[in-house]
Design a protein around this ligand. Structure first.
Ligand code: FES
Length: 152
C-alpha cells in the first residue's frame, strides 16, 4: 500500500510516496535520481547497491524503506563531489581503481564504513570488508591499493 515516508538522505529530509516494503535502492534511483548505488543482482549478493545507513554499509536492494525511515542514509553522492571528493573517492581516483566502474560504489561505501570503524585496518581486515563486493573486471589490485592509501 502506497504511503508517505520521510527519509533522511545525504543530509536532507525527503518525502517519498511508496509502499513501505519498497527496496530502498528503487527509491534512491527511481524517485530521488541518485545513481551512485547500482542495481546488480537485486538479491543482496553483489554489493553494487551499497549505501551507508548511519555508519554501516548496507545493501539497499534488500532494505525496505519502512525499515530506515528514521536513520540517516548516505549514498556516494553524499560523500563528496567531483571537485571535492571524499578522501576515499580521491584514493580510488588516484589509484585508477575503476575499469567498468560498476562495483566501485559498493567498494567505496564499504571502505568508508570500514574506516569509520577502524582508521588503520590490517590487510586482512580490508580484504574481509570487501570480500562480498564483486568486481567482474578484476581490478582488485588497484582497489586494494586505493583502500590501503585511504587508510594510511
Ligand atoms: Fe544489491 Fe547486488 S544489487 S547486492
Amino acid at each position: 500500500m502506497t504511503a508517505s515516508t520521510i527519509l533522511c538522505v545525504n543530509g536532507r529530509h525527503v518525502t517519498v510516496e511508496a509502499d513501505s516494503k519498497t527496496p530502498l535502492l528503487y527509491v534512491l534511483r527511481n524517485d530521488l535520481g541518485l545513481n551512485g548505488p547500482k542495481y546488480g543482482c537485486g538479491l543482496g549478493e553483489c554489493g553494487a547497491c551499497a549505501v551507508l545507513i548511519g555508519d554501516r554499509a548496507a545493501r539497499s536492494c534488500t532494505v525496505p524503506i519502512g525499515a530506515v525511515k528514521t536513520r540517516p542514509i548516505t549514498t556516494l553522492e553524499g560523500l563528496g563531489t567531483e571537485r571535492d571528493p571524499h578522501p576515499v573517492q580521491a584514493a580510488f581516483i588516484a589509484h585508477q581503481a575503476a575499469q567498468c566502474g560498476y562495483c566501485l560504489n559498493g567498494m567505496i561505501i564499504a571502505t568508508v564504513a570500514l574506516l569509520r570503524a577502524n582508521l588503520h585496518p590490517a590487510e586482512a581486515e580490508i580484504r574481509q570488508a570487501l570480500r562480498h563486493h564483486l568486481c567482474r573486471c578484476g581490478t582488485h589490485i588497484e582497489i586494494l591499493a586505493a583502500v590501503r592509501a585511504a587508510a594510511a
